[in-house]
Design a protein around this ligand. Sequence first.
Ligand SMILES: [Ca+2]
Ligand SMILES: [Ca+2]
Length: 495
Amino acid sequence: MKKSIFLSCMLAASMGAALTSCQNREEFFEDARKANWEKMVSSIDPKQDWNLAENFTVSVNPDHQTSYSIYVKVDGKYKLAAKYDNVTSARELSFTAVKGTEQVLVSAGVNVQLVDVNGAFGTATRSASNWELGEFKCDESLRKGTDIEGLDLGYVTTMLPENGNNEGKDGLTEDFMFYNGNADGFTIYPVASYTGARLRLGIYWYDEDGNRVEKEVWRLDDTMKEFDPSINTNIYRVQKAMPNGIHIRTPKNKAFGFYIDKVSVQYYSQSSLNNCGQVHSVSFEKDGITYIGFEDACKTPLDLNDLVFVVEPDLTPIVEDPVKWTVACEDLGSTCDYDFNDVVFEVEHVTGQDNVTVTPLAAGGLLGSTIYLGDTEVGEIHALLGGQPGQFLNTETFTASGTPVVVPGQSSFSIGTDMGGFRISVENNGNASIITAPVAGDVPQMMIVPEGWAWPLEHTNIMTAYPSFADWSKAAAVYNYWAQYCDASKVIKRK
Ligand SMILES: [Ca+2]
Ligand SMILES: [Ca+2]
């Protein structure tokens, strides 16, 4: 099948009918590739490096041994990009983020700060309590949750159905804290509950000595109590009273979490603090509104809707999940489909740490294609996905990712440089073609895009699946999110 497509493409591209005697095989494929590419893109920006990852730094100057974490915003969350343990003197900490990133969140343990990329983490943040408007403030708002435009309690029921097993559901953030960069603070609005316990809601953070500080901000009361005949008992329903919101200012330069207090026990938004080690809080966003739900019992299923409140303006969760990237490759580049699904895998690496984790995603070429990281063989893509060359795997429908492969000893790895040092060896009739990072102005066969990227369906040109791809290829500076806008009917979405 592949062969017949190849032949029809050759004719369509008017490249000449056959390999001539004076032309070697590599040149022939190179010419074919360029001719096909020319049909689609009339010029390539020579500055184009086909990599949406870029290397940045922040400088730090600790006055005592300090461990730093750097978080970058991905998909509405701050995710872990770099982690440097036990830094003792002034230095630049490098990390990788999507091109165009302007600010990142830097944590020095108890203090957290938004820092401009290539800027400095302020040592003055050690005296965090000089917040001019007071350390912590909590006042009743004049508005109720029902005053919030766009509040969608029906969506809450969809995301967190009663007695549903809602943990781990797509779209939910679990195990998180928040950072409030807004000097005016934020307002939380309790909007729903269904619980027999008279819950209290609080905020916590860590002081300069690393001790947890907890402040109660609101509690359920008897105006919300009502008898539920179906379970023959009283329950607390926020909806019955719809109380006013609570305006909160948290201490400057502190990440904070939420907790609920059931008098006998507390449950926190960071799962490690919970006595049964379970997730007790989730966060999700809809129409610019942050929703937060709590589970008030160590049981299953976790429906996580016993108390639900919303936050305005929205807050961005901070999670310890590493940032990931997708590497997408075109195998021979001469078969004119340019579907960029022939070898697809996900890469996870926290800068400053050793391990690189490769998760195989798709094999959309029929030829044996082996992934290497430097000199280390990661594996043949079909085999890594449980199949063999000659099969299309995860490019017509998605079944499952392959088992992640950990490559240790990669402390100097950077996905923003030279495609992370990945290369692919493609076997074709006893010859191996090597796919590497493209050189300036060349036709690419390897690209790096942010995590969660949906690759084109089999034999679907990337420009059909991603209409702004051609514009991007001609203007490297216009990187802005071509990879986010696809024709959803022409890509494979992971489950
Ligand atoms: Ca292809
Ligand atoms: Ca393909």
